[in-house]
Design a protein around this ligand. Structure first.
Ligand SMILES: Nc1ncnc2c1ncn2[C@@H]1O[C@H](COP(=O)(O)OP(=O)(O)O)[C@@H](O)[C@H]1O
Ligand SMILES: [Mg+2]
Length: 348
């Protein structure tokens, strides 16, 4: 039986904390197995990644030997604390196999640590970077899972993710893809179905968000379209006239204002189904975009649903690329550390 906590995002943030800096609701966890999750039982090991909102470490839960991901977020201002409390609230009330599981959260030394399900394969951004363009059958299987997670958020929880992007779509060693980071998500009720604040990563932002207008569920659909196009192409779909990628907020804003949204074309070698799937998400007018349910029912998803696309061979192949990349990255960073240590010695 999942535990629940009553978090009121408008209440004082500190009401959740006791004198020791722990959440009042104790060493809470989302299921019985994790009821006694305590920060001191977690041993932080390697760095998994760093993003705008914080740092993510791999951690060992000593009593059980289970590996978790621990996301540390420095909390300087009250606004950010509120956002995080909202994130916790969403995570707490979520139980969906297509969302990264949440085990607990702690407050210590000016940062909030969130214990999450460890996803061995890293993010779809890494998968895309290492594999180049992803074959359509595999892409269909990946997006089926992502869309199930998004359908749960949109239809069951009435939540707009607001920071959907390949680095917030994670893969485990079994090849399961799950959505994470509802850190900037907002509850949207049926009557007031739009959010008006400006948060999140700019490159996957919809035109209405980039231009500062109200946005809603359709903004997440735009992000799905950009992510799917990126995975199919093996590169970011916005390009300047000279063929180089658009990579700053202002370039993207001017591109969005003056040019048609990116589209996939059959002349690029893609199936009409994939082109239609992506292009239905990338409409400038949010009202013209398809819904998450339309995407789940789309022929691009349906066609592969009961077909063998070699997914079970693709997963170990991509996992081996990811592991090799990790070795390379950690060797590079340890070489970098050796150089820095030498420089320290020289400076001394
Ligand atoms: N639960 C997790 N399991 C494994 N790796 C993770 C997990 N959460 C995040 N990561 C890794 O850490 C990186 C940084 O995450 P985050 O701080 O959320 O920033 P961002 O999402 O902007 O990349 C991610 O890109 C991903 O590679
Ligand atoms: Mg993230």
């Amino acid at each position: 039986m999942p535990l629940t906590i009553d978090v009121d995002p408008d209440a004082s943030d500190d009401y959740m904390l006791d004198d020791n800096g722990s959440f009042v609701n104790g060493s809470f966890a989302i299921n019985n197995q994790w009821q006694d999750l305590r920060l001191e039982d977690l041993q932080q090991t390697t760095l998994l990644g760093q993003g705008a909102s914080g740092v993510v470490y791999k951690a060992l839960h000593r009593p059980t030997g289970k590996i978790l991901a621990l996301k540390d977020i420095s909390v300087f201002d009250a606004e950010k604390r509120k956002q995080i409390i909202k994130e916790l609230q969403t995570l707490y009330s979520s139980s969906c196999p297509y969302l990264v599981a949440f085990y607990g959260a702690f407050y210590s030394d000016g940062s909030i640590s969130i214990a999450l399900e460890y996803m061995e394969g890293g993010s779809l951004a890494d998968v895309c970077r290492l594999s180049g363009s992803i074959p359509e059958g595999i892409l269909s299987k990946i997006f089926y899972q992502v869309l199930q997670g998004l359908r749960y958020l949109h239809k069951d929880k009435h939540v707009v993710h607001r920071d959907l992007k390949p680095s917030n779509i994670l893969m485990n060693e079994s090849g399961e893809f799950k959505i994470t980071d509802f850190g900037v998500s907002a509850e949207v009720d049926n009557t007031q179905g739009e959010c008006a604040t400006f948060v999140g990563t700019c490159t996957y932002m919809s035109p209405e968000r980039l231009e500062g207008y109200k946005y809603s569920f359709a903004s997440d659909i735009w992000a799905i379209g950009i992510a799917a196009a990126e995975c199919a192409l093996g590169s970011f779909p916005f390009v300047k006239d000279n063929g180089t990628p658009v990579n700053s907020f202002w370039e993207l804003l001017s591109h969005i204002k003056t040019k048609e949204p990116p589209q996939l074309k059959t002349s690029q070698g893609f199936s009409p189904e994939l082109c239609d799937f992506v292009n239905g998400c990338l409409k400038r007018n949010p009202r013209e975009r398809v819904s998450v349910q339309n995407l789940l029912d789309h022929p691009f998803i349906k066609f592969y649903e009961n077909r063998n696309v070699g997914y079970s061979q693709w997963v170990p192949h991509i996992m081996s690329l990811i592991e090799k990349d990790r070795v390379k990255t950690s060797t590079n960073s340890s070489n970098q550390m050796k150089i820095e240590n030498k420089l320290d010695l020289l400076n001394f």
